[in-house]
Design a protein around this ligand. Structure first.
Ligand SMILES: Nc1ncnc2c1ncn2[C@@H]1O[C@H](COP(=O)(O)OP(=O)(O)OP(=O)(O)O)[C@@H](O)[C@H]1O
Length: 255
């Protein structure tokens, strides 16, 4: 369980998040959606432990979050891969830091690369990879320490529409197969409605929760329906339009 209580954050006296309260169940796929500047990255950085809250608390499985930890894996928008290491070394790096022996970490990294569709790419250099492949490496790396919570910061924002949909499908497959709790931030409304089991809408000025929806389109994909059939379903389109209207309402309030 991830419990966020009365969380406040600010920069140089300017509030960025105001009284955020969320209880997110193990196994949930939470998507935090909101317009630019509403505090999505700030919230993710606080949960990751990269940043300290001004007030309030974050507790993951009964342990207070105060610093980064191996039980939280992070995937960054720009992947954050180490260019002087090859693919498998990037994935195994966290295991190396944790003192895992070479053979074990290479076996584990190779298994994870196969899970994200990169079997055979172990020895490739990072510069030889496409954007989608880099994000696959980033996800495999974040999973290497077997985290309880996977955090993703706008992970597919820079990808073309086709690759983006492939990555959404991959994430849902990993979610189904691992049962891990996932929290992803995005400003893409369709992506949010498709992926989320819990959708949290933030509004800016300062960031606060304005809506929380429980959705099941991602579960439908995990149960075997295709991306295209879900995204063209009138129920999906109606939900997307409803969230879109709410999203623009928030922007207008702020403008
Ligand atoms: N390091 C910083 N110093 C000062 N202000 C900051 C800093 N980081 C973020 N802010 C401000 O805090 C607010 C929230 O920023 P944040 O990056 O968390 O929002 P966001 O929703 O992730 O935006 P985007 O989608 O554009 O990345 C914004 O007003 C931003 O200008």
């Amino acid at each position: 369980m991830l419990s966020i209580s009365h969380l406040y954050a600010s920069y140089d006296g300017h509030p960025a998040l105001k009284d955020i309260n969320l209880q997110l169940k193990p196994g949930s796929l939470t998507v935090v959606l909101g317009p630019s500047g509403c505090g999505k990255t700030t919230l993710l950085n606080l949960i990751a432990g990269f940043q300290q809250a001004e007030r309030g608390s974050i507790v993951l499985n009964e342990r207070a979050v105060t610093a980064p930890g191996a039980e939280r894996g992070v995937v960054f928008q720009n992947e954050g891969l180490l260019p002087w290491m090859n693919v498998i070394e990037n994935v195994a790096f966290g295991l190396k830091l944790a003192g895992v022996d070479r053979k074990t970490r290479e076996q584990k990294a190779a298994r994870l690369l196969a899970r994200v569709g990169l079997a055979g790419a172990e020895q490739r250099a990072i510069w030889q990879l496409s954007g989608g492949m880099r994000q696959r490496v980033g996800i495999a790396r974040a999973l290497a320490n077997d985290p309880q919570l996977l955090l993703l910061d706008e992970p597919f924002g820079a990808l073309d529409a086709f690759t983006r949909e492939q990555m959404q499908a991959l994430l849902l497959t990993l979610w189904r197969d691992s049962g891990k709790q996932i929290l992803l931030i995005t400003h893409d409304i369709e992506e949010a409605v498709f992926l989320a089991s819990e959708l949290i809408l933030l509004s800016p000025g300062p960031g606060k929760v304005v809506e929380r929806l429980t959705l099941s389109f991602g579960q439908r994909y995990a149960d075997g329906a295709s991306c295209r059939s879900i995204k063209s379903d009138p129920e999906f389109i109606a939900r997307r339009e409803q969230v879109l209207a709410r999203f623009f309402q928030q922007r207008e309030v702020f403008a």
